[in-house]
Design a protein around this ligand. Structure first.
Ligand SMILES: C[S@@+](CC[C@H](N)C(=O)[O-])C[C@H]1O[C@@H](n2cnc3c(N)ncnc32)[C@H](O)[C@@H]1O
Length: 283
């Protein structure tokens, strides 16, 4: 009898698309109506990867044009295309929030949540988010399913689980923070950083990288964004990797870098808080 119940629980548990342990365990029963149901893994993507790439590239190019100066000192004759892009910058650096408003048409920021006792949340503070837009990124260290995360996951509500078992640790404190910094410092491609550590501060240079602070929806506050996995394509420009807020835990990881983005489920106006669905069931 016990084994049957246990097996049923295990099957149900395995079908959860995303989960934040342990919060999810204690709160599932309170939120059962808000579960997001997806019929097949492949149907989970709200927008094609190409569209996510387009949004990220537009923003990152604007950031590069404004921050790109510091990279110029590293230019070599073998990178003429980068030099010319940096040369076009002129003397007009814009901050991350301005770049986001100019390129994506909205700003998001981390602020105290409207929910009591929920800590911080993420809000649209300027502009307008149309349905299907890439609204935020979930930063953190990426662990393959076979990699050890025990120490980092203890009492850590920021460990996000992807459909294929990959974990993303978006905690900006303690051991998680140290691990991210160490992995990020390790992975360079020539003169270029391959990831961004500034999401660990209050002023991330990539302003999308606050997705780990988006709170869970409820019956009263339905989800307006959802998670979507995005594997960074091989052709993603090397000089723009410095804005990606994710890094592989192991240097030898063979697969493409996993990022997780949050995509809007409907139009969202300035002033609204973002709510995602921490639970998705794949049938
Ligand atoms: C991924 S973190 C989100 C960021 C969190 N608000 C913070 O400031 O650290 C998940 C944690 O946020 C809190 N949280 C998320 N959604 C919530 C909700 N609807 N009501 C209350 N607390 C919530 C829970 O403490 C949960 O463990």
């Amino acid at each position: 009898m016990f084994t049957v119940v246990l097996r049923r629980f295990q099957n149900k548990w395995k079908s959860y698309r995303h989960r934040f342990v342990p919060w999810v365990v204690f709160n599932l029963s309170k939120n059962e109506k808000t579960l997001r149901n997806v019929t097949e893994r492949s149907k989970d993507k709200l927008v094609p990867d190409e569209e996510v790439s387009r949004s990220l590239l537009t923003l990152f190019r604007a950031l590069f044009r404004s921050h790109g100066f510091h990279q110029r000192q590293f230019q070599t004759p073998f990178m003429p295309q980068l030099t010319s892009e940096a040369e076009q910058v002129g003397g007009d650096p814009v901050c991350g929030q301005d770049a986001m408003l100019q390129t994506l048409g909205f700003c998001i920021e981390r602020k105290p949540s409207t929910l009591p006792f929920a800590g911080s949340g993420v809000f649209v503070t300027k502009g307008f988010v149309p349905k299907g837009a890439t609204v935020a990124m979930y930063p953190g260290t990426v662990y393959q399913p076979y990699e050890p995360i025990l120490l980092q996951s203890i009492r850590n509500p920021f460990v996000f689980r992807c459909i294929d078992g990959i974990l993303v640790d978006g905690n900006d404190k303690g051991i998680s923070r140290m691990v991210f910094k160490s992995c990020s410092g390790r992975d360079r491609i020539g003169p270029f950083l391959t990831s961004d550590t500034s999401w660990l501060t209050d002023t991330p240079q990539n302003p999308l990288a606050v997705g780990q602070y988006v709170n869970n929806c409820s019956d009263e506050r339905p989800a307006n964004v959802c998670y979507q996995e995005y594997d960074v394509p091989d052709k993603f420009p090397i000089e723009l990797h410095q804005y990606l807020p994710n890094v592989n835990y192991s240097q030898g990881t063979q697969r493409r870098l996993r990022c997780v983005v949050l995509v809007s489920l409907r139009d969202i106006s300035a002033g609204e808080e973002l709510f995602s669905n921490y639970y998705t069931i794949v049938h």
